[in-house]
Design a protein around this ligand. Structure first.
Ligand code: CA
Length: 421
């Protein structure tokens, strides 16, 4: 992949520590005040590149891509082109933005927009969404709070536990979230009560997006999985702990999870993440053959969560890493499809909360404050056991290798009071 060459630089200014050097080139969808039609774009430095205009200027002609994929509300059709074409497209964009290439530079006023002047839209039309539970540390922490004698259930090390979630409420970064109402049963109450959740939480996760469909009955092996995964995003699986605790028996998460999930606006291609490939934690016991794999299937990606109180300063409350996950994406996808469940382009699978071994790497308030027992001190003097109205939770993520930082931007959401009525 030519686009990954760490020696490349762009004629577009890329600030130090930008998530978007020429080696990244993620895909998103944007619009502007002067042109409200959504179109597909990429990011470089602090700028957004309108790919529909590059296509209109005939700069992609040599690729022979179906050019309806650019003037589009979502990137699904682009992903469905397949990796041979999307790789060629990413390489071509890198060439057009390369400091050594003047082909597009003089026309840049047609297609380059300051990122802070555009509106980023939800980039993927998500058909189905699945949430896994693949961090050993998270599963052990949560399990030990609710079942001190028996934190990890017997199936956990034999299969990547997950549930089918709700796609309709996955929203792009910047979309406010209303505190959900629901039914819960406080520990000291004999009967359940109804009201706004008192235990609103975030979950630090990453999601992968399917770019290649399968038919019913077809399985995806761990070796084939990467061909079906187009890219990754940051994913905050907002959770209402009190609603969840009361409802989850015996069929699992429902209203405690389905009111909102926040994703970053950029889909970073698996290709761009190649430099960060790393091994996974050793699996003992050895999983069944269909979950075994060869090679390095995990990624070394730093993850952070910030909480900003209303009018206050942001505080980083968690520093974790994607590489901690016990079950990798290839195993998750192999398991998801082993019964013949078909996958469609745009389907999203989230990792589950990504916690590390140390308390500052826990990926949820539930773990960070140990269910409220150890509140977090905020810069404005207030304390947090869970998330309060007016708080903004922001997820960030990036890898760094050979002096090149490939980032995901951010997945931010502000919590508003429960909707009246
Ligand atoms: Ca989750």
């Amino acid at each position: 992949m030519k686009a990954n060459d760490p020696s490349r630089t762009s004629w577009v200014e890329v600030p130090k520590n930008s998530d978007f050097p020429i080696q990244n080139l993620p895909f998103g969808v944007f619009r502007t005040a002067s042109n409200p039609a959504p179109r597909v774009c990429t990011a470089i430095g602090d700028s957004v590149v309108d790919l529909a205009v590059l296509n209109y200027l005939a700069l992609f002609d040599e690729l022979e891509i179906n050019n309806t994929v650019f003037n589009n509300r979502f990137i699904n059709d682009l992903m469905a082109l397949g990796k041979a074409q999307t790789r060629a497209l990413r390489d071509r964009i890198a060439d057009l933005l390369d400091a050594k290439n003047g082909e597009a530079r003089d026309l840049s006023w047609h297609f380059l927009h300051p990122m802070d002047k555009v509106e980023m839209l939800m980039p993927v039309q998500v058909g189905d969404y699945t949430d896994f539970y693949s961090s050993l540390e998270h599963a052990t922490n949560v399990g030990s709070m609710f079942r001190p004698d028996n934190p990890l259930l017997p199936n956990w090390k034999h299969l990547p536990v997950g549930y089918h979630g709700r796609a309709s409420s996955i929203v792009v970064s910047g979309t406010p979230i209303h505190r959900p109402m629901g039914q819960m049963k406080p520990a000291d109450a004999e009967t359940p009560v109804f009201g706004p959740t008192r235990l609103l939480d975030f979950e630090l996760e990453m999601a992968f997006v399917i770019g290649k469909k399968t038919n019913m009955g077809q399985r995806i092996s761990t070796a084939e999985a990467e061909d079906h995964i187009f890219g990754m995003m940051l994913f905050n699986d907002w959770s209402a702990r009190d609603i969840q605790a009361w409802e989850y028996v015996p069929l699992g998460p429902f209203l405690g999870k389905n009111f909102a999930s926040t994703v970053s606006p950029w889909v970073v291609t698996l290709d761009a993440l190649e430099p960060f490939r790393t091994g996974s934690p050793e699996q003992d016991p050895t999983p069944l053959p269909y979950l075994q794999y060869t090679g390095k299937k995990n990624y070394d990606l730093n993850l952070e969560v910030e909480i900003k109180t209303e009018g206050g300063q942001a505080k980083t409350v968690c520093r974790s890493n994607f590489k901690y996950l016990y079950w990798n994406m290839c195993q998750q996808l192999a398991h998801h499809t082993v019964g013949g469940c078909n996958m469609n382009v745009g389907d999203m699978c989230a990792s589950g909360t990504i916690s590390g071994a140390t308390p500052d790497s826990y990926g949820s308030m539930l773990e960070l404050t140990w269910r409220g027992a150890k509140p977090l001190q905020m810069p404005d003097g207030s304390v947090r056991k869970f998330i309060e109205d007016g708080d903004t939770v922001t997820l960030k993520g990036w890898g760094e290798s050979n002096g090149v930082r490939i980032g995901f931007g951010e997945a931010a959401g502000k919590v508003l009071p429960t909707l009246e009525g």
